[in-house]
Design a protein around this ligand. Structure first.
Ligand code: SAH
Length: 418
């Protein structure tokens, strides 16, 4: 991609919208909510296009907040800033993104962890935008077309603040198929907009372990950074044990277990490229004798089916640790019940291959499933399977995924002996 990657993008519209919202929405904005739904908009000065800046005024015509207008989304306005009047310019983006980096200063300063989330969407008050850093590369993923006019300034600020050498743009499915599409501005998913196109996956460190991220076309931005702390917990408990890693993706949990001295790891995932990457991740760390000595098994296939096969296999007498980290099962509110049913089934299947007294690590990344519902479901399913759970920990995401508002937390994990 040329240095003029942004030449076809629309400029930031100088004409701002003036918006009035319901009293309840105003209260929520002041309380820190980044979302204003279409039904909460009382009036707007004009129709507006995606990415126009919209100012929310209160009943005294005083500035309350400013955000991105998103006419095709039910979340019509995405708040960037609330409180005192604010101009959204170069200096503001730098300051804002600098603050986000500051919130992660512990990670930024750690030479053993060079992969972390720099911007966590609405939780860092950049709604619908995620930026993950892998060593010298930043992957920016866009979840709403409202970002298009602002991308040049945002990318400039990100590079200035982080010193990254390369930036890759990724788009969510709804942006790729939505209007206006990235293609209409000459952009493609996986476009390298700053720096050179990488010839292989980007290597980075997570707690001293070398991992690779397929930044151009991999799942999400190339790696699931949110599980870093949970992997570290597994690393601390794995010595001498047989570990089953269901929904392993590129093997983050398994590699941590191996580094912690696991006797064997078995990774299960539907994605063959993810399992291939997992094998490479083990090679990248073969300098560690714990990793070299760990027996590595992989199974490409459906987790539910593989769990049933493992249970029925007379040669397998169970695992000491079973990790279950599925994708989000509830894409909308209507599918929450179905998701809970899937969690129940997974708990029962996982316990079916867990040795007595072994450790179950089960996770949920469905933001619509509440922690209480998830933990209750796992407990009920265990009871149904005739196992009693002794909970050691309930955890969430790592600190580079801050929870900035009520719906901002999504990852839940339970560590329990069964
Ligand atoms: N545990 C991983 C992240 C898991 S993300 C880590 O620490 O990095 C969810 C994974 O589930 C994805 O890799 C996806 O390929 C896989 N997946 C989705 N549906 C599946 C299914 N039915 N059976 C097995 N794997 C599945």
């Amino acid at each position: 991609m040329s240095a003029e990657w942004f030449s076809q993008l629309p400029p930031v519209n100088a004409k701002r919208l003036a918006v009035k919202v319901t009293p309840d929405a105003l209260r929520q904005i002041r309380g820190g909510s980044p979302w204003v739904y279409d039904g909460s908009i009382v009036s707007a000065s004009h129709e507006g296009t995606a990415g126009d800046l919209a100012v929310v005024f209160d009943n005294d015509r005083k500035f309350a907040a400013i955000g991105l207008w998103d006419p095709a989304s039910p979340i019509r306005l995405k708040v960037l800033h609330k409180g005192n009047p604010q101009t959204i310019d170069d200096a503001w983006w730098r300051h804002h993104i600098g603050n986000a980096l500051e919130r992660r200063s512990g990670l930024v300063a750690d030479p053993d962890t060079t992969g972390y989330r720099v911007i966590h969407g609405e939780n860092d008050f950049l709604p619908g935008l995620v930026a993950d850093r892998y060593h010298d590369t930043i992957v920016v993923k866009i979840y709403t077309p409202a970002w298009f006019p602002h991308l040049p300034m945002v990318i400039d600020a990100l590079v200035a603040v982080t010193g990254a050498a390369r930036v890759v743009l990724r788009f969510s499915r709804n942006v790729l198929s939505g209007f206006p599409s990235p293609g209409s501005f000459g952009l493609t998913d996986g476009a390298v907009i700053v720096g050179t196109t990488p010839t292989s996956a980007i290597r980075f460190k997570e707690r001293g372990l070398v991992l690779e991220a397929e930044v151009l076309h991999g799942q999400k931005t190339g790696h699931f950074l949110d599980q870093r702390d949970n992997r570290q917990l597994v690393r601390g408990m794995a010595e001498g044990l047989d570990v089953l890693d269901v929904f392993s993706s590129t093997g983050g949990f398994s590699l941590a277990a191996a580094a912690g001295g696991a006797k064997s790891v078995t990774m299960v995932d539907l994605s063959a490229p993810a399992i291939d990457a997992a094998r490479r991740n083990f090679q990248h760390n073969s300098g560690l004798h714990e990793v070299r000595d760990c027996r590595v098994n992989t199974r490409v296939g459906d987790a539910f089916e593989v769990l049933a096969q493992l249970r029925a296999d007379p040669l397998i007498d169970g695992y000491d640790v079973v990790i279950v980290d599925p994708p989000s099962f509830a894409q909308n509110q209507a599918s929450v019940e179905r998701a809970l049913k899937a969690y129940r089934k997974l708990t029962e299947s996982a316990l079916g291959v867990l040795k007595p007294g072994g450790m179950l690590v089960q996770c949920s990344c469905s933001s619509r499933v509440t922690p209480d519902d998830f933990f209750d479901t796992v407990h009920e399913a265990a009871k149904h399977a005739g196992r009693y759970l002794k909970v050691q920990r309930r955890t969430g995401h790592a600190i580079d995924h801050p929870i900035g508002f009520e719906q901002g937390g999504y990852l839940k994990a339970i560590f329990a002996r069964a």
